[in-house]
Design a protein around this ligand. Structure first.
Ligand SMILES: NC(=O)c1ccc[n+]([C@@H]2O[C@H](COP(=O)([O-])OP(=O)(O)OC[C@H]3O[C@@H](n4cnc5c(N)ncnc54)[C@H](OP(=O)(O)O)[C@@H]3O)[C@@H](O)[C@H]2O)c1
Length: 260
């Protein structure tokens, strides 16, 4: 079986590659910069917008769509017609947005799809690195509770879905508990051996900052979502345990690996 891995240099993709190789699959990666490609795989250089060459002859694809908008998705997915697609989606896909659009586009090109809907990746908190080192992380909604998931759990789910039959399954992929952002900062500080605390950032300031990073529309929706998580935490799902056979890795474990 030959599997194409997109995003192979990224947080989840690099573990997907490793898991597939360990399972004896042939792996092809699509990378923009061949110098960054992982070892022991076939490498195709290119952009996700044109999968024609990368998709030739592969049976299955680990797909992520590394953009905050879905423009061009239908054209991009055309070469994946009829192939198995395991797509790294988001819990919010039911409400449309980029992840909903990509899921719909995937369903148009194949019947053999699996959607891994993540609440949030623990790697999002890597953006706090400098602030944690200075002892204070500033952001909106410190009491928002998130069930952030370790990227290796996402990859374990993906490898299982790519190699076995999980056709038309929608999995909710989460960590084992929902933690406030303030608690996450404390855990990261403990892992680093440097105490760190959360400092609440005024919403208007956060909105300006986020709009610059991800566009105004996405920033507004992200802020609304985080606000909602103060009253109603992100769910915790058992899908990682059920699909992979091991429980989801705790945030403490993730922080110990990335911040120590
Ligand atoms: N963050 C969250 O909480 C969250 C929640 C739900 C879903 N997601 C999904 O997760 C995805 C990120 O997954 P990740 O963390 O594994 O990846 P990541 O670490 O963010 O890395 C992105 C990967 O995509 C590649 N890439 C970026 N633009 C590309 C392009 N135009 N053509 C080809 N490759 C391109 C990058 O390659 P280079 O090395 O060339 O940069 C890299 O391998 C997001 O796109 C999002 O849709 C994230």
């Amino acid at each position: 079986m030959t599997v194409l891995v997109t995003g192979a240099t990224g947080h989840t993709g690099r573990h997907v590659v490793r898991g597939l190789l360990d399972a004896g699959a042939d792996v092809r990666v699509l990378v923009r910069d061949v110098a960054k490609a992982p070892a022991d795989v076939e490498v195709v250089q290119g952009d996700i917008a044109d999968l024609t060459k990368a998709a030739q002859g592969v049976d299955a694809v680990y797909l992520l769509w590394p953009s905050f908008d879905s423009e061009g998705i239908e054209r991009a997915l055309k070469p994946l017609e009829g192939k198995k697609i395991v797509y790294l989606s988001a819990m919010s896909a039911d409400h449309g947005g980029v992840w909903g659009d990509v899921e719909k586009a995937v369903e148009k090109v194949t019947d053999d799809w699996t959607f891994l809907r993540v609440t949030g990746l623990a790697t999002n908190t890597l953006g706090w690195m400098d602030q944690v080192n200075n002892g204070v992380v500033r952001g909106p909604y410190g009491q928002a509770k998130r069930s952030l998931v370790h990227e290796r759990d996402v990859a374990d789910m993906a490898v299982e879905a790519l190699l076995e039959n999980h056709s038309k399954q929608v999995y909710l992929v989460t960590g084992p508990e929902a933690l406030t952002q303030a608690a996450q900062v404390k855990i990261i500080g403990d892992a680093l051996g440097k105490p760190a605390v959360w400092e609440e950032q005024p919403i208007a300031e956060a909105k300006t900052q986020l709009s610059q990073q991800m566009g105004a529309e996405f920033a507004t929706s992200a802020l609304g979502y985080w606000a909602s998580l103060v009253a109603e935490p992100e769910p915790v799902s058992l899908d990682v345990a059920q699909v992979t056979g091991h429980p989801a890795r705790p945030f403490e474990e993730w922080a110990g690996e990335h911040f120590s």
